[in-house]
Design a protein. Sequence first.
Length: 519
Amino acid sequence: MLRLHDTLDYRAREHADADFALQGDRQLTYGDAHASANRIAHALIAEGLVPGDRVAFLSKNSIEQAVFYYAASKAGVVPVPLNYRLAPPEWAYILNDAGAKLVIAQPEFATALNPVRDELASAKRFLSANGPADGWDSYDDFSASCPPTAPDRDISPEADLYQMYTSGTTGRPKGAVLAHRAVTAQLHQAAMAMGGAPGQRALIVAPLYHAAAAITAFNTVQMGGTLYIQEDFVPADVVRALSEEQIRVALLVPAMIQFCLTAVPDVAERSYEDLEAIIYGASPIAEQTLRQAIEVFGCDFLQGYGMTETTAVVTYLFPEDHRKALAGRPELLLSAGRPLLGTDVRIVDEQGQPVPNGTIGEVAVRGPQLMRGYWNRPEDTDAALRNGWMHTGDAGILDDEGYLFIQDRVKDMIVSGGENVYPREVEEVLFQHPGIADAAVIGIPHEKWGETIKAIVVKKEGQNVSADDVLAFCRDKLGGYKQPRSVDFIAELPRNPSGKVLKKDLREPFWKGHSRRVG
């Protein structure tokens, strides 16, 4: 069985002068990436870090972040990639939960983290990457004097590779732990679907703290391709790259596709001769948007469905499925596709028993790409990984051909612009407002973001609370993508006899005429 860094070692040996990554005017060859990963691995070991120690990385997309995954793999330390869109208290919670001993951050995030540094119990060293930050050591200096040869540390394929945090129904994020064996199994599955060859370029604009972007980057390196990295999503820059930079494949969430189509005036006039495929997923996509994208970009489309706990993907809707849909089977565009190689998908009832095809139930998956479990949460792990099956929390249907159709969120999760938001986390902030007696949070349809967050609020008697008051209250307490975008006031929330809020009833008026789909 392979470790993640084995692919970099092999490709660096075979074509050291080929481009590993491009970002702006920066370029890094495979030979340089290999040497850099080795130096950083030596520095991590010299820092006293041992296999299994957690190290956090807080950054927008960068060459440094891409290389760090491989450096950490060589040293046996476990990256904890942080979502840069979170608020500093949320970063602090994750850093403490993970027990991160080292924190690497871009200067703007290092500065933002400084006010909560005293709350970090385990972090002993702070490194600023891509520029200086007050009170932080230099990431470049950290490894500058280390050798470019591989460190003498034997890492097992069973060892933890990385720990990514995903929101939970309790409102606190959980650390999903992925081992080398799970990720390399997913890479084999992805290679069967995405292919690739040395020298071919992949656009990396979705954030590398996300499971889907990370696996796309890893697959590109496995194939000897080149990471074309963009730090931020700027529609005009993405369209220009797709048409002018020999990009073969791009991973875009539906909101990105929508913005490219609507915000770039000449998108339909450009040529995309080198573009072979766009991979999409992570949020709902409108059928009209997908059809327009297929017409404009003239390439294959491939949808992936999965979650952080399954490394990234469990089903693909392949390009051939898209062609079938356009040739007379439009219902396939509503599907999340069929299981990957070595992956089983079934629909189960509340007792965990399989239900017949065509029956709605919870989506459960089994395969080599499943997480080891949630970090320090044995009860949550046991609940999610029952009898070897990952219970996704999504409600779905399987048809007789094995196509999966996602119907709704068992756990009421909202997906806005590719980011997962659990209502409970937002609701807990709303409940802190002195003028709010009760609150519920739902996702409502949004043309560009798939879903957007609406707070439905019951005022305390005698309180004069406005929508602007509520939005301002949330602004400093939640990451930007978790903040409600609108507020409705209601006299009383609908509840069932046991007291559970009937969110289906709250959502229904907003979803009339829409298919609530999950990618």
